[in-house]
Design a protein around this ligand. Sequence first.
Ligand code: FEO
Length: 395
Amino acid sequence: MIKVKEIKKDIYMIRVIDKNLSDFHGEVYPVIDGASYAAYLVIGENEIALVDLIDDDYFEIMDGAIKEIIGDRKVDHLIINHVEPDHSGSFELFMSKYPDAKVYTSKAGEKAMQNHYFGTHAYKTVGNNDSIELDDNKTLRFMNTPLVHWPDNMWTYLEQYKILFSNDAFGQLITEDIVSDQEIEQDRLLSYAKEYYANIVQPYNQSVINAVSNFVNMKWEVDLICPSHGIIIDKYKSEMINMYNFHANGNTIEKKAVLTYETMWGNSSIIADAIEKKLIQMGYTVKKYHVSKSRVSEIITDAMDAELFIVGCGNYNDSIMPSISSLTERLKACKLSQRKGLVFGSYGWKKTHLPRLVEKLEEANINIIDQPYFIQYVPSEEEIKLLIEKIDKAL
Ligand code: FEO
C-alpha cells in the first residue's frame, strides 16, 4: 500500500506500507505488523529534491507517486541520509530514471555507496551545516549523525519549514493507514518507537547522546520530525526525545524483571512459574517469555529498561538450549547497559550448561548475582521452596 500526503505546501511524504513483512532487517527483528518506508519530496520553484529512497522492491510504486506529483519536472537532487538498503536500495533504479540528479551524502556515505553500488558515480559529500537551496524559501541543511546507527547516517533539515528528516532516528514500525502522531495515542506511538530503538539504535547509545548534543548546538527549531519508518512526529516530539534520552543513558525501571526460559519437558517452565510468583510478591513487574515461542525483538525491548534479567534453561546434552544460546548472542549484540541477572534450570544427568550460560550472559553485560539454581529432572515442592528462599536472599 502507498500513502502519499502533502504534509506542508509542496512537501510530500511518500510512504510504502508492507503489512506482510515478517522479518525487518532479516531474522534479527521479527515483526508482527510489517513495516513501512518513507521518502520525502521537497518541491522548490526552481528545483526539486527527494530526501531518501526506499527498498528496491517498492521503487516502482514510489516513482509512480513522484510522477503524479511533479508531472514533467524532474528530481534535481537526491539526499542519501543513510546507505542501508531499506533506504538506498533503489538507487540504481532511481538513477536510471533521473540520470541528471545530483546525489548528496556524508563522507562515510560516499564510501558506503561505492561499496554497495560500485560504478563511478560522482557523489557530493556534505557535512554539518552544509546546505542546498531549492528556491528562496527552501533550504536543505545537513548534520552528520555518525553511528545512529551506521557510520554514514545524517539528518536533513528544511530550514524555513522547521522540518527534520531524521531517517532511522525516531522511526517506528507503525503500519496503520495514518500520517502523523495526531492520529494515534501517545502510549502506542512510544511503544513502537521504543521497540525500534531497542532493536536498531540501542547499541549506539553514546552516538545518540552525541547527535542530540550536536543538534542542540545547531539551534535548529523543529515543528515536525519526519523519520523514514512509520509516521511523522508532531504532537509528541518532546515525549519522543525524552524517551531517546532515557534509553540512550542506559536507564532502567525499578523493580522491572524480564524472566525468560526454554524447556524441553516443562521442568524449567515449572521453576519459571514459581519465580514469577515470588517476584510479583516482591513488588516486581514481571515480563515472562518462553523464548522459542516469543518474538525476540519484544524480549530485547523489555530487556532494555529492566533492572533484573533472569534466564532459565534445561540442558540439551552438554549444551544450552538453542533458543537461549541465540538470545544471549542477541543480548550481547544489543549492548545492554549493565544489569543484574540470575540463572536457573533443570537438568538430567549433566549440569554443565548453566555455568556456560552464566559466561554468555556476563559477556552480554549481565552481572549474575548468585550461583546458578539447578534442579534435577522434575522439581519437587521442597526444591522449589529452597530455590525461592535463595532468590529472596539474592534480591
Ligand atoms: Fe532503516 Fe538503518 O535502516
